[in-house]
Design a protein around this ligand. Structure first.
Ligand SMILES: Nc1ncnc2c1ncn2[C@@H]1O[C@H](COP(=O)(O)OP(=O)(O)OP(=O)(O)O)[C@@H](O)[C@H]1O
Length: 588
């Protein structure tokens, strides 16, 4: 139960929602007691042949009212409690995302991207279950279980209740034991299935290469081995399922048998009426779920608590770059968006003798786009990292709206930037969830608009469940180009003043690239953009293009000017034009 204390901040924020939701759940439990009791009363009157049309309509009417109330109550508690869990999920994701954005290189070296993704998906899901299914199981176990037991005792018989319910605690114990085993087995099965999916995709896309190198047989063997392993893992799920399901039915059946045998004896010696026995049998079905709920509850709380601890451990980590020089009164919204780079020199802290950037000076007005080009290792990403404040140890300054970026609170600065990194990450969740990661409160319309601008909408509509399709580790694999466009959609969903694309269109075909750039242009009219790319077509419309070589600007200007200079840019442009016409690979 400690997890509820840890999540106290959230329940305090949503106190009214949970109080009302729990009240609705309790009323649901009470309403559940009505139909069995009425059935019993009806059975007694039928047995004594005393039933009249009036009482018949009264009883059926009451059952109908109870059913309608149950419908409304269930609708209310579901939207309140499960809705609350969704809010918690969104808040935790937003917290983690904001934290990841704030953290520096060391954090990402210490925490592998895969692990961070797991925290942001699996752990967040486990915690949200505490606020959704966890509350449901606690309340149901206590109120539905408790009220039904009390009704059995009050309306029927204490002895019958004690004896007939003897097998029920076993149901809770088995639900806990098998529930846990099933969860672990199911998780492993999903991981194995996604591994198999990826392997299939790799083999199919690499089939020509495999055949050329005579590796097709080895690949088939390793594929068959993987299929066998996956089947073995899946068998575990069926094993636990086939052990638990019949056992559950057996225990429930046993309860009914005991109730009917002992109940009949009590009817015979006139301790209870036939109607009471009918009510009792109907109450047993009310008892089954609370027993399962007790079993599941422990699993939900244990998993949720462990996951919350892992999330907390991440959130308490502090970035090395701090706000020590920041002016807390500075509000980035008040700053004009001129971006000035005045870097005299920069060397990475672990290689201080080697200047990676030298004499980088330029200014961008709001709405202008900078193109950064140059060979691999020329320093394009490094320049971007300095704007993202991953390093402060450079000679010179970077100014945004006339203020040194080191004076702007880091959180505000990063919130003003949408960054599409070279390596994009995908979470094991829906497409919509993945896009909305940068803005968990985005509406479906906003998500779709961002996907359209990023040229991804049509691909999504062709997927099995469109925006609800699960992607990533546990779902459909996306191509490199689709991942890049997803990352761009994510960045566009965040309303920021600076957009950075770091080689973000490399895997996108020329036609789609044209569409995306056109859309970005419309989007960027008052925003500043930095586009680093190996494809010159991505930067040809930029207001300023810098060609970097060994960390220095060797050419600069707009596309036409650079072509006239007949330097590296003009040569590369010619090559890439030729390449796109011939469709061949020409290396730099
Ligand atoms: N963390 C680091 N520590 C030391 N040197 C680094 C580090 N990161 C990059 N470098 C070096 O800095 C230089 C510039 O790298 P950078 O990634 O900025 O180039 P780039 O132009 O973005 O290359 P690419 O086109 O591959 O993205 C390279 O020589 C690289 O090896």
């Amino acid at each position: 139960m400690g997890i509820y204390q840890k999540l106290g901040w959230f329940f305090k924020q949503h106190k009214k929602r949970y109080i009302f939701g729990i009240a609705m759940l309790m009323l649901t439990s009470l309403a559940n007691l009505v139909p069995p009791r009425i059935l019993g009363l009806m059975a007694d009157q039928l047995n004594k042949k005393q039933i009249t049309w009036f009482s018949y309509f009264k009883y059926t009417g009451l059952i109908l009212v109870a059913a309608l109330s149950l419908y409304v109550l269930r609708l209310l508690w579901r939207s309140l409690i499960w809705g609350g869990a969704t809010i918690l999920e969104k808040e935790l994701r937003a917290k983690l995302f904001a934290h990841f954005m704030k953290m520096d290189r060391t954090f990402f070296q210490n925490n592998r991207t895969g692990d961070l993704m797991a925290h942001a998906t699996n752990d967040v899901m486990a915690v949200q279950e505490v606020a959704g299914d966890g509350i449901l199981t606690v309340v149901d176990a206590i109120t539905l279980g408790g009220c039904t037991a009390v009704a059995m005792i009050l309306f029927v018989d204490l002895r019958l209740t004690l004896i007939a319910l003897l097998p029920m605690p076993l149901l809770a114990i088995f639900a806990r034991y098998f529930g846990d085993k099933l969860y672990v087995a199911y998780d492993k099965s999903q991981a194995a299935f996604s591994k198999l999916n990826n392997k299939t995709q790799e083999s199919v896309s690499g089939i020509k290469v495999l055949k050329t190198f005579g590796q097709a047989k080895q690949d088939t063997n390793s594929f068959n081995k993987m299929v066998d392993e996956t089947i073995c893992i899946n068998k575990q799920v069926f094993k636990w399922q086939s052990m638990f399901d019949p056992l559950g039915s057996l225990l429930i059946g046993l309860t009914y048998v005991i109730a009917i045998i002992y109940g009949s004896i009590l009817v015979n010696n006139q301790s209870i009426t036939v109607g009471q026995l009918v009510s009792f049998v109907a109450y047993i079905s009310n008892m089954v779920w609370p027993m399962f709920a007790i079993g599941y509850l422990f699993n939900i709380l244990e998993r949720g608590s462990a996951s919350y601890d892992r999330i907390e451990k991440l959130l308490v980590q502090k970035p090395l770059i701090t706000d020590k020089n920041a002016d807390s009164l500075l509000n980035i919204q008040d700053l004009h968006s001129d971006l000035e780079f005045n870097i005299d020199s920069f060397a990475y802290p672990d290689d201080v003798d080697h200047n990676i950037l030298k004499n980088i000076h330029f200014t961008l007005k709001p709405g202008q786009t900078l193109g950064l080009v140059g060979k691999v290792g020329a320093g394009k990403t490094t320049l971007i990292k300095l704007l993202l404040r991953e390093y402060d140890n450079y000679a010179g300054n970077i100014k945004f709206g006339g203020e040194n970026i080191q004076k702007i609170p880091l959180k505000e600065l990063l919130e003003a930037i949408s960054y599409v990194p070279q390596k994009n990450f995908l979470f094991s969740t829906t497409i919509a969830g993945n896009i909305a990661f940068s803005n968990p409160y985005a509406t479906m319309d906003e998500i779709q608009a961002a996907a359209k601008k990023a040229g991804l909408h049509d691909d999504i509509m062709a997927m099995p469940e469109q925006y609800e399709t699960i992607v990533g580790e546990k779902g459909v694999s996306l191509s490199g180009g689709q991942r890049q466009r997803m990352s761009i959609a994510r960045a566009l969903l965040k309303d920021s003043r600076v957009l950075i694309l770091d080689d973000a269109l490399s895997a996108v075909d020329a036609k789609t690239e044209g569409i995306i750039l056109h859309n970005l242009k419309a989007e960027m009219h008052d925003k500043t953009a930095l586009i680093a790319s190996h494809k010159l077509s991505s930067v040809m419309d930029a207001d300023l293009i810098l060609v970097l070589k060994h960390g220095q600007i060797v050419e600069q200007g707009v596309h036409d000017e650079l072509l006239k200079q007949k330097g590296w840019y003009a040569k590369m442009w010619e090559r890439q034009e030729l390449q796109s016409k011939v469709g061949e690979n020409i290396d730099e």
